[in-house]
Design a protein around this ligand. Structure first.
Ligand code: F0G
Length: 457
């Protein structure tokens, strides 16, 4: 038997909404060619994000009924804390309402002008929180990670030589933290190897720089290690996760990803002084230390989801389903990031729409075409998201122009995915008629969420 089946049965369903191409054309125009501005009811297959969009299990829903809403010392917090500790072995666990709240707290404390945070690749909210504090973020992705079409097992790895050089250039005293994003979301959902985590830790220890893990997709990363790295085939996901976290001083987590929760996150760490500062700020901005902006029922859903995500039948199906869509696109000649990542398919928009210059945002143009063609909503991860301007107002483009189709966990079936592949291939076959876009309104930070665009005539 070769078919890897969905490892669940469906107990409850939600309708999806159908629209015509004509309707979608007008919806796109009204949304100023920015799918973040489109109503979810106007989307057929929503691949905007895998964050907070998971289908929870019957166990999680049962856990929700056990949620204890005490302001202080809720038993739900202790179940949550225990679940986080069992994976990270970190003694100090601080709940937050989502990942970026954890980021805001840690970077407010450690950031500020003159400080530099080094990463394989910082996610957009992570970079924004670093920059908001006045500090700067530096991405040091390995060479393989810069080439979308060349497969390699661990394209999320950090460039170790570049890390060493950067520490010498900047001075360890100006680097409050190195952060490894696992898997590397903005770089194609590609994993980081255990070897790389170990090497980064060695350099951090030598230079007395704390190492943190952005752990949103820790289980997907652990599964890739099991599949691809020598010596891990017989280890359980929990054992691999334990080892990954053993090299880190702390972590930030969005429970909206690898905890199957619709909201939530946390900080975990080993340093008591730092934890006390984080807790003080938590009380001011999020809530008391045993709920941190979450309801007791959310803590229960996360506690259960964190354990469920490590089920190998689930992870096998998860990774396989992303690979299934990626392979269909490769067969049709569509340029995609290779190999398949852990949570999403990444289309190389620069190649897909080679007639559109980066100043006309080929990624965003592709996102709009996929919506128009089939009601499929994805997100641009390119120069709209990460582009900056030089002093003369000229665009400094992002390293890659990608379109991400993120697959929500346990939500869509194989026929939904088959449909998505048909839409993409149809758009690919008619790509020469697609036009670029120009920005007509934008904000100084995280502009992709709200920017207004119009087609270049
Ligand atoms: N770090 C990574 C690697 C992420 O992918 C995200 C969120 C965050 C931090 C922030 O977490 O949303 O709970 O505040 N990524 C989502 C995405 C939004 O679509 O990839 P959050």
């Amino acid at each position: 038997m070769n078919t890897i089946i969905e490892p669940f049965k469906i107990k409850s369903v939600e309708s999806i909404y159908f629209t015509t191409t004509e309707q979608r054309k007008s919806i796109l125009e009204k949304a100023c060619y920015n799918p973040f501005r489109i109503k979810a009811k106007d989307v057929l297959i929503d691949l905007l994000t895998d964050s907070g969009t998971s289908a929870m299990s019957s166990n999680q829903w049962a856990g929700i009924m056990q949620g204890d809403e005490s302001y202080a010392g809720s038993p739900s917090f202790f179940r949550f804390e225990e679940s986080v500790k069992s994976i990270t072995n970190m003694p100090l666990v601080i709940p937050t309402h989502q990942g970026r709240a954890a980021e805001k707290i840690i970077f407010t404390i450690l950031g500020g002008k003159g400080k530099y945070f080094i990463s394989n690749t910082l996610f957009d909210t992570t970079r924004a929180n670093i920059e908001f504090s006045g500090a700067e973020g530096i991405d040091l992705i390995c060479e393989e990670g810069k080439h979308p079409s060349i497969p390699a097992p661990f394209k999320g790895n950090m460039d170790i030589n570049a890390l060493q050089k950067t520490i010498v250039n900047i001075g360890a005293e100006n680097i409050p933290m190195v952060i490894l994003t696992v898997t590397n979301n903005s770089g194609g959902g590609q994993p980081v190897s255990m070897q790389n985590i170990k090497e980064v830790q060695k350099i951090c220890t030598e230079n007395k720089i704390p190492l943190f893990i952005d752990a949103c997709r820790f289980a997907e990363n652990a599964y890739f290690i099991k599949m691809r790295e020598k010596g891990f085939a017989d280890k359980s996901i929990a054992e691999i996760a334990n080892e990954m976290f053993s090299y880190a001083d702390g972590c930030t987590m969005s429970a909206k990803k690898d905890a199957f929760a619709n909201i939530g996150g946390f900080l975990a760490m080993r340093d008591l002084d730092l934890a006390m500062q984080c807790r003080n700020l938590l009380i001011v901005t999020e809530g008391f230390t045993t709920y941190g902006g979450l309801a007791g029922r959310d803590l229960e859903a996360i506690a259960i989801g964190l354990q469920e995500i490590m089920d190998e039948h689930y992870l096998q199906y998860r990774i396989r389903s992303i690979e299934y869509l990626t392979n269909k696109l490769i067969e049709a000649g569509v340029p995609v990031m290779q190999p398949a990542g852990g949570h999403a398919v990444y289309i190389d928009a620069k190649k897909f729409l080679s007639h559109i210059p980066v100043e006309q945002y080929p990624g965003q143009a592709l996102v709009c075409s996929l919506y128009e063609q089939g009601g499929v909503r994805g997100v641009e991860i390119g120069s709209l998201m990460f582009g900056k301007y030089d002093k003369a107002g000229k665009l400094i483009p992002a390293q890659l122009e990608l379109v991400r189709l993120a697959i929500p966990r346990r939500v869509y079936t194989q026929s939904h995915i088959d449909y998505v592949s048909e839409v993409i291939i149809e758009v690919y076959n008619n790509r020469t008629g697609i036009k670029g876009l120009t920005i007509i309104e934008e904000t100084p930070m995280l502009r992709h969420f709200t920017a207004k665009l119009s087609p270049v005539l």
